[in-house]
Design a protein around this ligand. Structure first.
Ligand code: SAM
Length: 280
């Protein structure tokens, strides 16, 4: 490698044939590979005959490791960052390192490949012209419900990662917050033997998964269609006048709740109108 750089290298999320030739070559040619879990990655490296030394960079030592990696770069050597699966930095360590390396003036070169949420979304049959990747919801049930509630009115597809320990409870919370009718999709064990991509209403997905313990095993991406558009054309002038007065003093949530009480118009409809007026 001519110029020292940090390479951000994607690895497979299951199927080893998804490891790109460029990723394998990069890992063979750098001086050191920073890996989230060196024992886990050692098996992948052995399979592809990659003999480059591995050092660990995980959530708990990332800040300390930055200095060591900067030293390699200052000596003119190149380093690759990999995670256990998929693209580093995406719901994985690396952000602190990438920022520090860029700030120190070195090149950061992406070597793209698998990302679980893109792999899931492209086959789910949900709108993908706009979507947001929301990562993992909180583990605690009350915080998780709050997390979903904050996203319930967003109009675009929402994409989450979830662990097998919480997937059923998480979908149950989605039914409660988004409503059982909302369309959704579950992508399980992508690119692996038991790959399953199932789309239906949230209520039906919950029943389907609860009835089959096998569907609760493995790795998951959960996707939920955005909130249905609200027709604001029906809002009368009086409701909008009250909403505007309250919006000048209060948050969108408070103003729409109070306007609903005063005028009898649906809170959801006012909330949507308030969001639009704030963004104008
Ligand atoms: N950096 C990874 C990426 O590029 O997608 C994500 C790492 S995150 C710690 C791990 C989570 O990604 C899993 O808990 C699961 O939600 C999702 N995931 C990873 N591999 C998957 C697969 N083969 N099928 C479904 N979901 C997967």
């Amino acid at each position: 490698m001519s110029e020292s750089a940090l390479y951000i290298v994607a690895t497979p999320i299951g199927n080893l044939q998804d490891f790109t030739p460029r990723a394998i070559n990069t890992l063979k040619n750098v001086q050191v590979i920073a890996a989230e879990d060196t024992r886990h990655s050692a098996r992948l490296m052995a399979h592809f005959d990659i003999r480059t030394p591995l050092i660990s960079v995980h959530e708990h030592n990332e800040r300390q490791r930055v200095d060591r990696i900067l030293q390699y770069l200052q000596q003119g050597e190149s380093v690759a960052l990999i995670s256990d699966a998929g693209t580093p930095v995406i719901s994985d360590p690396g952000f602190v390192l990438v920022r520090a390396v860029r700030e120190a003036g070195f090149r950061v070169v992406p070597v793209p490949g698998c990302v679980a949420f893109v792999t899931a979304l492209c086959a789910a049959g949900l709108p993908s012209d706009r979507f947001s990747f929301e990562g993992f919801a909180p583990h605690k049930a009350s915080s998780r419900r709050q997390f979903y509630t904050e996203r319930a009115e967003l109009p675009h597809t929402l994409v989450f990662y979830e662990s097998p320990h919480r997937v059923l409870a998480s979908i149950e919370d989605m039914v409660g917050v988004f409503g059982g009718e909302r369309r959704a999709a579950v992508a399980r064990e992508l690119t692996k033997t038991f790959e399953t991509i199932h789309s239906d209403s949230l209520q039906n997905i919950h029943e389907w998964m609860a009835a089959d313990a096998n569907q609760q095993r493995g790795e998951f991406v959960l996707m939920v269609e955005g909130a249905p558009a609200v027709d604001n054309s029906a809002l009368d002038d009086e409701a909008l006048r009250v909403l505007d007065i309250l919006l000048a003093e209060l948050s969108v949530k408070q103003a729409s709740a109070l306007t609903a009480q005063i005028t009898g118009v649906k809170k959801k409809q006012l909330y949507q109108a308030a969001l639009e007026r704030k963004s104008d």
